[in-house]
Write a protein that binds this ligand. Structure first.
Ligand SMILES: Cc1cc2nc3c(=O)[nH]c(=O)nc-3n(C[C@H](O)[C@H](O)[C@H](O)COP(=O)(O)O)c2cc1C
Length: 385
């Protein structure tokens, strides 16, 4: 079976190094000498190189080393993935764009038409990461006051309609959140492939919705046994409905030539975490089951980086070094590949990988780690012992 690898396109900004939280690539900083996007011209003025140009470099790098596509996250502080993807599609050849979005905020018929147009324009390179939001103030920012399970009810209806209108004309739907009468995409648009649907969320409501609509059930990394258990439950639930569920993991890596080098980068990064960042690392109020599972690791309370080693090559403090989930993989190239193989053995059918800085790490992971997959890394590790 082919395992698809995606890379993350950091619409939330990109640090130049995991070791120094203050140094980013320019998009969020005042114009300064080391900035990349924008950088300085010979008169010390903005050189016109936009952050989208930097994202295009990352997409092109990831495409060139074998990633099939890129995840484009969606948060209040990011650019909009629907806008970013067609711009980047013009800069790449076959790279797919995984648009993260909360379906409740869009009309599903309009979303289907936009997606079909994108499919037509890009030769079918659109993929979705369906997210349903983490509740709390973050949800109210979008003007969304629905409860956790209602949001998933709305997501399910959205996907019912999205797929329904794609079947062609004469589609009607009378749901709690969405209604359509005699709708359907025009034959030209309906002839396009429905985008692959990746689906995020760890709650029961999420798993239920995923079983109906997801091509890939997507999870952040969790301790391997826990994740294998979750994937087995998801696969069982979909099998009971007569379908087959593929599963995927979204995970950051620090892969270096040696394990010592990898942990040294983590230690330096951890030692540079400010008190303010540590407080942010505790995470805000949320009704997200997945986020609560990550917060339970309590990275913000650790005083030494090695208190957060929670398994072989598994570190639980990534959220202190950058926003996002806590757990990630740290080790030599062979060890990182062996851990990805372990995840495949535990039910993962695809991955979204990430590393900081995203441009350089796309090359490194693509060139040094991916070629070792398929248990080749295990053989190399044993030979070195
Ligand atoms: C792999 C992954 C990626 C996610 N990406 C985003 C994102 O880009 N934007 C966002 O607002 N939420 C994102 N989320 C959180 C989702 O909104 C998720 O549906 C929410 O945490 C509710 O989760 P629950 O079902 O675990 O309670 C992501 C979650 C996962 C697992």
């Amino acid at each position: 079976m082919t395992i698809d690898f995606y890379w993350r396109l950091p619409t939330h900004g990109c640090h130049g190094s995991l070791r120094q939280s203050a140094y980013d690539r320019g998009d969020w900083s005042p114009l300064a000498a080391h900035n990349i996007a924008p950088g300085l011209d010979r008169n010390d003025a903005d050189d016109g190189y936009r952050y989208i140009d930097h994202l295009a470099e990352i997409a092109k790098a990831a495409e060139s080393v074998g990633f099939i596509g890129g995840l484009i996250p969606s948060f209040p502080n990011t650019d909009d993935p629907w806008v970013i993807s067609p711009l980047l599609a013009r800069e790449t050849k076959s790279f797919r764009f995984m648009i993260a979005f909360q379906p409740g905020f869009l009309n599903p018929v309009h979303a289907a038409r936009m997606a079909a147009s994108l499919q037509r324009a890009t030769g079918g390179r659109t993929v979705f990461n369906i997210i349903t939001g983490g509740g709390g103030p973050g949800q109210l920012w979008w003007g969304d006051g629905f409860s956790h399970d209602d949001r998933y009810g709305r997501t399910t209806e959205f996907l019912d309609v999205f797929k329904g209108v794609w079947k062609g004309e004469g589609f009607s739907y009378d749901g709690r959140f969405f209604q359509v009468e005699n709708g359907g995409l025009s034959p030209l648009l309906a002839a396009e492939e429905v985008p692959e649907i990746w689906f995020s969320g760890s709650s029961d409501a999420a798993l239920q919705s995923a079983a109906k609509h997801a091509d890939y059930y997507l999870s952040w990394l969790e301790p391997f046994d826990q994740l294998a258990d979750k994937f087995a439950r998801v696969k069982e639930r979909t099998a009971a409905l007569g379908g087959e569920q593929k599963c995927a993991v979204r995970v950051d890596l620090v892969a270096r030539a040696t394990e010592e080098e990898a942990w040294r980068d983590i230690r330096l990064g951890f030692e540079n975490v400010s008190e303010e960042r540590r407080k942010q690392g505790r995470g805000g109020p949320t009704d997200s089951v997945g986020a609560a599972r990550q917060q339970a690791l309590k990275p913000s309370e650790a005083r030494r980086y090695d208190e957060l080693i929670v398994g072989p090559n598994l570190w639980g403090g990534f959220n202190l070094l950058r926003g996002g989930p806590a757990l990630g993989i740290v080790g030599s190239y062979e060890q990182c590949a062996a851990r990805l193989d372990d995840l495949i053995a535990g039910g993962a059918d695809a991955f979204i990988l990430a590393g900081t800085p995203h441009l350089e790490e796309a090359y490194r992971v693509g060139e040094e780690v991916l070629p070792l997959l398929g248990r080749r890394a295990e053989a190399l590790l044993q030979a070195a012992e």
